[in-house]
Design a protein. Structure first.
Length: 548
């Protein structure tokens, strides 16, 4: 049989593994159901084209095992006369219709043409025929693939039948590797730059395959199999972009519009995933360190959360923070990789599916070796269409960035240190370095008083008025307590200082706390501002004068 022979002669071990697994699923279905009880849903696309030829190979091998073959290759085995369902739509491309009818005739498919919607058509068909299982070309990443397995009963509210998905774990690359290796015919639209075909109203050639031709005014496109990144397979499908998923200052590619933040601080959220932190058996050292790192480059951390090792918990928190902050940092989670739960939660938060990522799987293969086989690529499932891999020569596995969410793989502080340095060096990561914040804590020997209004000031004459009021209050307090500090002289001297409304110092001390506090963003200090060394034993007058 030509399909089986082509795969066995191929040097592509990954394709051979995918083929063997798919054929096994098909043979199991033929063993569980009578041939009259199975059907094949064909739509003329690349996935169902692959499935057609897998069915032919599986049917041939099944018949060979059950000794129905006499050593030759009867025509029925080559054609596999399986009941085939085609839902014809007035919105379908003419090329799809033509290819479907030609293929059905070439391989002797028993074509049932349905002109109603999928659900109504199935209800009618299952009433007329004893069909119990239907082969589908569903792959992970398809809109309807969520929760499905290779054998999945139909959903509630649908007519009862078994969905059989032999190529559920196949990637875009796997599909085209099979088509090109076996040299089977496919719809001509794929040679015109279409990578995923829907209706004539929501499908255009994939712009990533556009090729400039100066000699012609017509835009040309490369064939679909030349798309290098299979995650962008559906880039030619019309789609709505929800404003809910986009931050005001985050561009569609996840890069921050830094111009919008030149006069303000950038904000970040930190989300830790881990039951062990919630149970109190481990400390969130990574979160604390990351907070310091962000603070050091002038970013304001507005929110730190610890959530359960649960996809829904992660999704809920990411959904809340991704539209409120410029960047969200996520780490932790259960799975073969510590980020597995985090990745699934991010996909759910953005409303996309997980799909195999060949580039990430290749990185895992180099890291894990033979333990990462082609038929067990669950670790390489990433959010479809929104994922960017952050490569750095120091990193054993690239970090994952989904729009404005960065998923860290760190499990301890030392790993975080390494990954943070890599992030700062990567040009594709919008970690804009702002001037850092500073915070000084100064001590005084004064026993009581309140100088916040004086030092913070309200600008111009109001600042002097505040000083006058403060002078009277402090003088009254000092006389009452008999302090030796010359408060009045201190206040008079400070009338000459710069007490403006732009000051953002917060200064104060009380009877039970003799500490003098001062905090101000470094990037808001003027060039004439002085340094603020701590002198615990100096008088309040000296400290305040030094600060101003």
């Amino acid at each position: 049989m030509e399909i089986d022979r082509a795969i066995k002669e191929s040097s592509d071990r990954r394709l051979q593994t995918k083929y063997n697994n798919a054929v096994y699923v098909i043979q199991r279905a033929f063993a569980l159901y009578e041939f009259e009880q199975v059907a094949f849903s064909f739509n003329g696309g690349k996935d169902s084209t692959v499935l057609l030829h897998l069915l032919r190979a599986g049917y041939y091998l099944h018949k060979e095992k059950t000794n129905y073959s006499n050593g030759n290759q009867p025509d029925c085995m080559l054609k596999c006369p399986i009941q085939t369902i085609y839902f014809e739509s007035p919105c379908a491309f003419p090329e799809i219709n033509s290819f479907t009818y030609e293929t059905a005739a070439a391989y002797g498919l028993q074509l049932e043409i349905m002109r109603s919607d999928f659900k109504s058509g199935l209800e009618s068909l299952l009433k007329e025929k004893p069909i119990k299982a239907i082969f589908l070309g569903t792959r992970i990443g398809d809109p309807n693939a969520v929760g499905q397995e290779q054998f999945s009963p139909s959903s509630t509210g649908w007519p009862p039948f078994m969905r059989v998905n032999p190529i559920l774990d196949w990637s875009y690359r796997d599909v085209w590797a099979f088509i090109l290796t076996c040299k089977v015919k496919y719809c001509s639209l794929y040679d015109q730059g279409y990578t995923s075909i829907g209706s004539i109203y929501d499908t255009v050639p994939n712009a990533l395959l556009s090729s400039a031709d100066s000699s012609s005014m017509k835009e040309n496109f490369k064939p679909a199999y030349m798309l290098s990144d299979g995650r962008l397979e559906r880039a030619g499908r019309a789609k709505k972009i929800s404003s809910k998923c986009e931050s005001t200052h985050v561009l569609s590619n996840g890069m921050i519009n830094t111009g919008a933040h030149r006069s303000s601080s950038l904000t970040a959220s930190i989300i830790a995933v881990g039951d062990e932190i919630l149970f109190g058996t481990a400390e969130n050292q990574i979160g604390a360190t990351l907070c310091k790192k962000l603070y050091a480059i002038g970013w304001q951390v507005t929110h730190i959360a610890v959530v359960q090792n649960d996809v829904d918990s992660v999704a809920e928190e990411v959904e809340l923070r991704k539209s409120r902050d410029d960047m969200v940092f996520l780490f932790g989670g259960l799975g073969p990789l510590h980020s597995d739960v985090s990745v699934a939660g991010v996909a759910k938060a953005f409303g996309v599916h997980l799909a195999p990522d060949e580039e990430f799987e290749e990185s895992l293969r180099h890291l894990i070796g033979d333990h990462c086989t082609g038929d067990h690529n669950e670790m390489a499932l990433l959010p479809e269409g929104i994922t960017e891999l952050l490569h750095h020569e120091t990193l054993p596995v690239p970090l994952i960035k989904c729009r404005n969410v960065i998923i860290l793989a760190a499990t301890n502080v030392s790993e975080l240190e390494m990954q943070w340095e890599c992030l700062l060096e990567l040009p594709s990561v919008p970690l804009v370095r702002m001037a850092p914040f500073i915070s000084k804590h100064l001590s005084t020997t004064l026993s009581d008083g309140l100088f916040g209004n004086i030092l913070a000031g309200s600008g111009g004459s109001s600042g002097e008025e505040s000083a006058d009021g403060g002078e009277r209050e402090v003088a009254r307090e000092e006389r009452r307590r008999g302090s030796k500090v010359q408060s009045q002289q201190y206040l008079k001297n400070n009338k000459k200082n710069h007490l403006s409304s732009s000051s953002s110092y917060l200064v104060g001390f009380g009877p039970h706390n003799r500490t003098f506090y001062l905090s101000r963003p470094l990037h808001s200090l003027s060039s004439s501002s002085c340094s603020l060394p701590a002198h615990p034993t100096r008088s309040c007058r000296d400290v305040a004068r030094q600060a101003l």
